[in-house]
Write a protein that binds this ligand. Structure first.
Ligand code: NAP
Ligand code: MG
Length: 490
């Protein structure tokens, strides 16, 4: 008789993986980048520049031109001229060809974009490689397809472009946000002045090079780097017809005030504080993985991150145990390592904000849990953090932290969790984990959030509209709905 052998598996301790660094050798980084205006790379008029720093190593990456009002004016003039003379009059099917070409070039250069995104922004290479870059290419593909079919998107109406769009994006998905903004604007026949965030200008300027190589006519897309003042110059320029902004609710409010009383239209994609809700009938292991994915991957730098967890009370103990176990196996560190789950915090300022909230959470009386992991010495790092026993009135539950921090609360009934989930100023996204379709449909009609995922989280697709309720902003990006802000219908 065969002897029974017992294999002991120790799942309690973290497995050691050999490092698997992505090679950066093929990625070209210039010493200095200019502004992309009217099809040319030019210095800022007053010669000002700023540096981008790697958040994972503190190393200097490159210098970028800092655009002033004068440079923004040049960019808007170039966009207006291209709109009047080239892009506006061009046959839609010809415009589509350029947009398709941009999509294909992103796919061809995907590895380089992924590497640069991780170097400049600090996000794990797995995320940039598998999420940011492919979805960015898909947005261009998707909207290229719409360019000559607008009469089907808006049946019975004539869709005309709006004109010159001023687009301002944040640092958490630099290339992807540029794609979300540019693709529908171009497909509808608009020209653009786009500004990336100060801390993540690298892939936007790479995209400018790619757009240049695609042969897109001069002035159709202009990319200007700089800080908040550059963004304000775009918003306040009298010849910008439409403002598209993704960023904080605070800046969104400033923009709304700035354009009040003008003819400018705006879409605002702002902050979030998503509820992720686990019912006792949910597949607990999948739910825990989804919760972890929803907040810790990409360091919680996701506007729709599932930052508030609501667990049905009778499964609280098992869910918290599994969350803690999973947290202790997350690999925090070098974004360029393919094993890394949690990368660097994007900037010192953002790390200060997160640390401020960690302190506030403890002072408010929530119970903090962090795994016992070692953080790299250089760069900006934060351990994945749970706040147990959090309550509705806590600031860590009400305010957007934008870091790898998850608050945990419990509930007994559906009505209770709906009340709690809706009780924030935000309404961008939410998640529901349950075996019952009826519960999903009930909740999706009552949760005040623009996107609700069921038994999954943080899934993006160019065909699905995305956007918020309440202080999470207005207007939709993605899908058929994402065309509307870029057309005038008659
Ligand atoms: P932010 O400070 O609002 O910055 C967003 C962009 O606006 C940046 O390019 C920024 O420039 C620029 N900006 C700053 N002040 C401005 C002004 N007065 N006028 C015009 N533009 C101005 O936000 P962030 O810290 O970069 O990003 C984090 C926030 O974005 C979070 O609240 C997050 O929830 C939100 N977000 C929302 C979505 C969504 O789809 N709803 C997606 C991603 C992020 P500089 O950075 O160069 O100063
Ligand atoms: Mg940077």
């Amino acid at each position: 008789m065969a002897k029974k052998t017992e294999t002991k598996l120790d799942f309690g301790s973290k497995w050691d993986y050999s490092s698997a660094p992505e090679s950066a050798g093929h990625a070209e980084i210039k010493k200095e980048y200019g502004l992309y205006i009217n099809g040319k790379f030019v210095k800022a008029e007053d010669g000002k520049k700023f540096a981008s720093i790697s958040p994972s190593t503190d190393e200097h990456i490159a210098y970028f031109a800092e655009a002033s009002d004068k440079d923004v004016d040049k960019a808007v003039k170039a966009a207006r001229k291209a709109y009047n003379e080239v892009w506006g009059p061009m046959a839609p099917k010809e415009r589509a060809k350029y947009i398709f070409r941009i999509a294909r070039l992103i796919q061809e250069r995907a590895r380089e974009f992924a590497v640069l995104e991780s170097i400049d922004g600090g996000k794990p290479i797995r995320e940039s490689r598998d999420v940011d870059v492919p979805i960015a290419a898909n947005h261009f593909f998707y909207y290229a397809g719409w360019a000559d079919k607008l009469e089907y998107a808006f049946p019975g109406k004539t869709a005309k472009p709006v004109g010159v769009a001023g687009q301002i994006i944040p640092w958490n998905f630099p290339l992807l946000m540029a794609a979300w903004k540019l693709a529908p604007a171009l497909a509808c026949g608009n020209t653009v002045v786009l500004k990336p965030a100060e801390t993540t200008p690298l892939t936007a300027m790479k995209l400018a090079e790619l757009i240049h190589d695609s042969g897109l006519p001069a002035g159709v897309v202009n990319i200007v780097t700089g800080a908040g003042a550059t963004g304000a110059a775009i918003v306040n320029h009298p010849d910008v017809d439409k403002v598209a902004f993704t960023g904080s609710t605070g800046v969104g409010k400033i923009i709304q005030k700035a354009i009040a009383g003008t003819n400018k239209t705006a879409t605002l994609e702002l902050g979030g504080k998503a509820a992720n809700i686990i019912f006792d009938d949910a597949p607990i292991d999948q739910a825990v993985e989804g919760i972890i994915n929803g907040i810790f991957f990409n360091q919680g730098h996701v506007c729709c991150a599932g930052s508030r967890l609501f667990v049905q009370e009778n499964v609280k103990d098992i869910v918290i145990k599994k969350l803690k176990d999973r947290l202790s196996t997350l690999i925090v560190g070098d974004p360029m390592d393919k094993n890394t789950d949690v990368g660097a915090i994007n900037s010192k300022e953002q790390l200060d904000t997160i640390n401020k909230y960690l302190k506030i959470g403890v002072e408010e009386g929530a119970e903090i849990y962090q795994p016992n992991c070692t953080l790299p010495k250089k760069g900006n790092w934060c351990k994945p953090t749970l706040f147990l026993e959090a309550s509705q009135s806590h600031r860590i539950v009400q305010e957007e932290i934008f870091g790898p921090v998850l608050t945990v609360q419990t509930f007994r009934t559906i009505d209770e969790v709906i009340d709690k989930a809706n009780n924030t100023p935000f309404g961008l996204s939410a998640g529901v984990w349950t075996d019952k379709g009826s519960k999903i449909f009930n909740l999706t009609t009552k949760l005040r959030a623009g996107v609700i995922w069921a038994n999954t989280f943080n899934k993006f697709d160019p065909t699905s509209p995305f956007g918020g309720y309440k202080e999470s902003g207005y207007g939709r990006e993605g899908g058929l709905q994402g065309l509307s802000p870029y057309v005038k219908l008659s």
